[in-house]
Design a protein. Structure first.
Length: 135
């Protein structure tokens, strides 16, 4: 678990980490929120691809299904950059961007490997890096 504001609520950021999933199962990488509510960004692997969701300050839920593969049993570097114009996801040097102009709904904790609905992440995590105002 990371402290509140590790991923900024109202600022541009870059989040980057390496993962090595142990299986092909759908699984959550992390979620930003509190005990029962998502407050910002969540990222997960579904059907072998990176997916993400975001709850913004207007209570609008965004869901992004990228075509970026996150293969099991191999290290992948995953990056998310948000700048209040768009959010860009990068895996293995390939990127996809989506419009995102609002801040997160609220300040939350970021918990790796967990979510309230899906299966938790099973694998390894390394090289976590977060930069604020880094666009």
């Amino acid at each position: 678990e990371l402290p509140r504001e590790a991923i900024p609520w109202r600022g541009a950021y870059t989040l980057e980490f390496d993962v090595k999933p142990e299986s092909e199962e759908d699984q959550y990488l992390f979620i930003n929120g509190t005990v029962t509510h998502q407050y910002g960004l969540a990222m997960y692997i579904e059907n072998g691809k990176l997916h993400a969701s975001f709850l913004d300050a207007d209570w609008e839920s965004h869901r992004w299904q990228t075509q970026l593969p996150v293969p099991p049993h191999a290290w992948s570097t995953i990056r998310a950059r948000a700048d209040f114009e768009k959010i860009t996801f990068t895996v293995g040097g390939k990127s996809e961007s989506f419009p995102l102009t609002r801040p997160a709904f609220n300040i939350g904790f970021t918990v790796f490997g967990a979510n309230w609905k899906g299966k938790p992440f099973r694998g390894r995590l390394r090289a976590l890096r977060i930069e604020h105002n880094s666009w």
